[in-house]
Each structure stands twice: as structure tokens, then as C-alpha cells.
Design a binder for this molecule. Structure first.
Ligand code: SAH
Length: 209
């Protein structure tokens, strides 16, 4: 067994201990090699439970938070998911194992290339990664939307692009302190369902932030 695989198994065990019980989610974490989503110099730390630098002043989120957001998103096999903030492509790779299709958008061109390379190396086929400002509309509807950068408010296009009954997960709050919030769209309006976990994400940028 390689060291990476050993560390991956330990990570999945730890996630389970900490309350991530869904088997499909744990399987996704077992199947996606996190070491492929960090720069070479951090590969040996790939399974440390914290964020790591991925260049351009951005970070790959810590495994536990990726798992928690994935669990909160409650993805079904038939879902089309939008992620705003591709970064390394790790979160979208995890989601690709659970959803029909994942569209992920990123505002930093270098990271678009980094994430695309990571997905093709891992042979992931049901994701599309675009260079796009996620505060602007894609003119498409999604079953689930996940924002992986800190937002001070709900952006109008997210509300519009979410299907009725759909779920939005967003780290929302001050630039240096947010809560992971789960909203559900009911009759055209977003209803806050959960805001129990404090987090610290890199800031959302873009035109309509
Ligand atoms: N989900 C990522 C980590 C996200 S880090 C992963 O799995 O590795 C947050 C990312 O959001 C950064 O890469 C940042 O460039 C991006 N971002 C910030 N504002 C954005 C916007 N308006 N549209 C798209 N991406 C944005």
C-alpha cells in the first residue's frame, strides 16, 4: 500500500468519526487522490486536515470542510451542480462522484488550467470547468449550488439559477468570519435551513459580490 493510500484511508476514517456517515460521500473521498490537487511541494502534506496553498494566493479547503459542505448539499445522482470557486478542483472532483454533472467556475485563469489538468489526470469526465465570474449569470438552472469563497451576501444570480426545491451552500458573513449556510429555494425564495458551522474562506471577488 502506498503512503498516499494509507493517509487517504486514515482521512476517511477520521471523517467518519467526525460525523460524515454517508457511504457514497466517504467512497468519493476514498476514490479521489487528494495529492493530485496540491502543488508538488505540498504533496507530502496533502492529507493534513487543513487548507493548503495552491498558488495565486488561494487555498484548497480542508478535507473536513469539503466533506461537511458536500454532506449539507445533499446531492442526488440526477443532479446538475454549480460550484463557484473551482480552485484546485478537489471539491468538484468529490461532487463528480455523486452528481450527474458538475459545472465549476473560477475567476483566476491559472487555476482554471490547474483544475482542468487535475481532473483529466484523474480521468474525471462529468465536470466542466470555466473561466467565469461566478457572481454573473450562466443563464442555466441548477439543482444544487455550492459557493466555496466567502460571500458577504447572497448574489442575485445564485437565487435565479437555483431550481425550486434546490439547495445552496455558502460561507456567508464578514470577510474574516463566516457561517456555512444552507438555503433551500421554496416558491422562488431562499429559506435559511442551517447556519451552525463557523468557517474562514478566502474572499469572493467579482462584479456583483
Ligand atoms: N473549491 C476549491 C477551493 C476554493 S478557494 C477547491 O476545491 O480547491 C476559492 C476560489 O474561489 C479561489 O480559487 C478564487 O479564485 C475563486 N473565486 C473567488 N471569487 C470568484 C468568482 N467571483 N467567481 C469564480 N471564482 C471565484
Amino acid at each position: 500500500m502506498t503512503d498516499y493510500l494509507k493517509h487517504r484511508l486514515a482521512m476517511v476514517f477520521d471523517l467518519e468519526q467526525r460525523g460524515i456517515k454517508n457511504k457514497r460521500i466517504l467512497d468519493a473521498f476514498l476514490n479521489i487522490p487528494r495529492e493530485e490537487f496540491v502543488p508538488t511541494e505540498y504533496k507530502k502534506n496533502a492529507y493534513y486536515d487543513g487548507p493548503l496553498p495552491i498558488g495565486s494566493n488561494q487555498t484548497i479547503s480542508q478535507p473536513y470542510i469539503v466533506a461537511l459542505m458536500t454532506q449539507m448539499l445533499d446531492v442526488r445522482k440526477s443532479d446538475i451542480v454549480l460550484e463557484v470557486g473551482t480552485g484546485s478542483g478537489y471539491q468538484s472532483a468529490i461532487l463528480s462522484r455523486l452528481a450527474k454533472k458538475v459545472i465549476s467556475v473560477e475567476i483566476i485563469p491559472k487555476l482554471v488550467d490547474f483544475a482542468k489538468d487535475n481532473h483529466s489526470r484523474c480521468n474525471i469526465k462529468n465536470t466542466e470547468i470555466y473561466f467565469h465570474d461566478g457572481t454573473l449569470s450562466l443563464n442555466q438552472k441548477f439543482d444544487r449550488i455550492i459557493i466555496t469563497a466567502a460571500s458577504q451576501r447572497l448574489v442575485k444570480s445564485w437565487v435565479e439559477e437555483l431550481k425550486d426545491g434546490g439547495i445552496l451552500i455558502v460561507p456567508e458573513g464578514d470577510p474574516d468570519y463566516q457561517y456555512l449556510k444552507r438555503y433551500r429555494k421554496i416558491k422562488g425564495k431562499l429559506i435559511l435551513e442551517d447556519m451552525s458551522v463557523p468557517v474562514r474562506f478566502v474572499p469572493l471577488t467579482g462584479k456583483n459580490k
